[in-house]
Design a protein around this ligand. Structure first.
Ligand code: CMC
Length: 432
């Protein structure tokens, strides 16, 4: 296979190096193209652009493969926990018992927010979306630790990363309590990561929440399955922000904002809202499928389709199995699950979805699990953000440690007005 690609422009041939990844994917390195030819490449939505070299996560969207640091997602889902997987993603290898103990210890030591943070929660209206609270409070929390306001330092990174992973969960639970007018529940060091989150969400000052192992495991699995997903919109945003040497907390807060949109992390909320709407309208899903195929309707089948997966999202398969198991254990009969199954079957047999290779993604069934646990719909994207934190941190670390890394600064093809004079206000005419 050739190590160079040739590009001909205006009769001149340019040789461009071809880079090959460890799984054989090939990329044409165009970094010298503009200086050599004056031309840039144009790739709306970046679907054909590799923005970095990364050793964290591998996806083969055609074959439905996802691996963190080389380990298949199916194996991690079966054998690992969110905290162990977080370590793997950030540090590049599965931890030894000592490493895991130290990492878990750091998470516990950093689980409490600075007490003054409580006053910041008071400032939000009860109607505030928890993603708005989360993004502000991540930056707010960093203000209490001077080292967190600094660009990357190897010496303080471990503690900062642990603080972020641990505190994002505390902030999320506090945001939920605030939105319901409920008293804040502090974390308990005796609980592990996910159990502690459920405790802060659902305990009362006078009674601890009953932690059912199946519920803890299901939520832990949701965190694990969301832990990284290479250069998606929010992770690319984190890298973008980090490339200017913004600090870890600021970079993660930017990631939260990017994740919020319904085409990305907001899709899990949008799926449940779609299923509720279908139920209210008395539709069995067939009318909605027809609307989703019609661009004029403005509707899409939420939880379906993916920029990278042109096959079943491997996370969706694992989540569906977990969803069935949890509902069975909790003896919940959720009518939304029946609608979801009908929609999935109909879409997978419909030429529109088949031709476009649209399959269920991670968000299609995760909301049904979260509903069963009692997590309100507006918290779904927050759960995604908690899960995605290790991936954002690992990408922040990767870019910060790369000595050759430069500030991200794409180019554009300008299509606006040509040079025109400034017109004094008295001479301006309203546009017709
Ligand atoms: N329902 C109906 N049609 C769809 C859908 C859908 N969910 N997704 C894509 N299409 C159609 C789209 O209209 C287009 O049709 P045509 O070729 O006739 O113009 C074709 O499929 C390709 O779609 P696209 O919008 O060019 O694909 P994209 O790669 O830009 O978008 C996506 C990917 C995930 C934003 C999109 O599939 C979508 O909006 N899905 C619903 C929202 C969703 O579930 N998002 C969660 C993604 S997974 C979690 C995460 O990591 O963020």
């Amino acid at each position: 296979m050739s190590n160079t690609a040739k590009l001909e422009l205006d009769g001149k041939v340019y040789e461009l190096p071809v880079v090959t990844g460890t799984e054989g994917e090939r990329a044409i390195d165009i970094s010298t193209l503009r200086s050599a030819s004056g031309a840039i490449t144009l790739d709306d939505g970046y679907s054909n652009t590799g923005s970095c070299r990364s050793a964290i996560t591998f996806i083969d969207g055609e074959r439905g493969i996802l691996r963190y640091r080389g380990i298949p997602i199916e194996e991690l889902a079966e054998k690992s926990t969110f905290v162990e997987t977080a370590y793997l993603i950030i540090y590049g290898h599965l931890p030894t018992s000592r490493e895991l103990q130290r990492f878990s210890g750091l998470l516990t030591q950093n689980e409490l927010l600075h007490e003054d943070m409580k006053f910041h929660f008071e400032g939000f209206p009860t109607s505030a979306h928890p993603m708005a609270i989360l993004s502000s409070m991540i930056n707010g929390s960093a203000c209490f630790y001077p080292e967190c306001m600094e660009p990357y330092h190897a010496e303080t990174f471990d503690e900062e990363a642990a603080r972020l992973i641990s505190q994002v969960r505390t902030i999320a639970a506090f945001a939920y309590r605030k939105s319901r007018g409920l008293p804040i529940i502090y974390p308990k060091p005796v609980y592990k990561y996910t159990a502690n989150f459920l405790h802060m969400m659902f305990s009362q000052p006078y009674a601890d929440y009953d932690l059912q192992p199946e519920v803890v495991r299901a939520l832990d699995l949701i965190f694990l399955l969301h832990a990284d997903h290479e250069q998606n919109c929010s992770t690319a945003t984190v890298r973008f922000t980090a490339s200017s040497q913004a600090n870890l907390f600021a970079s993660a807060a930017a990631g939260v904002c990017a994740l919020w949109g319904p085409l990305h992390g907001g899709a899990n909320q949008a799926v449940i809202e779609m299923l509720e709407q279908i139920r209210k309208e008395g539709d069995d899903g067939s009318k909605f499928i027809e609307a989703a195929k019609d661009k004029k309707s403005g509707r899409r089948l939420m939880g379906f389709g993916h920029r990278v997966y042109k096959n079943y999202d491997p996370r969706a398969k694992i989540i569906k199995a977990q969803c069935d198991a949890l509902l069975n254990t909790l003896k919940i009969n959720d009518p939304l699950l029946d609608i979801a199954i009908k929609l999935e079957t109909a879409a997978l047999n419909d030429p529109y979805f088949i031709e476009r290779k649209l399959y269920p993604n991670v968000d299609f069934y995760s909301g049904i699990i979260m509903r069963a646990i009692g997590i309100p719909v507006e918290m779904f994207t927050v759960i995604f953000a908690i899960g995605r934190m290790p991936g954002w941190i690992a990408n922040y670390l990767e870019i910060s440690e790369d000595k050759s890394s430069r500030i991200y600064r794409p180019r554009q093809v300008y299509v606006g007005a040509n040079k025109s004079p400034y017109v004094p206000i008295k001479d301006r005419r309203a546009a017709e």
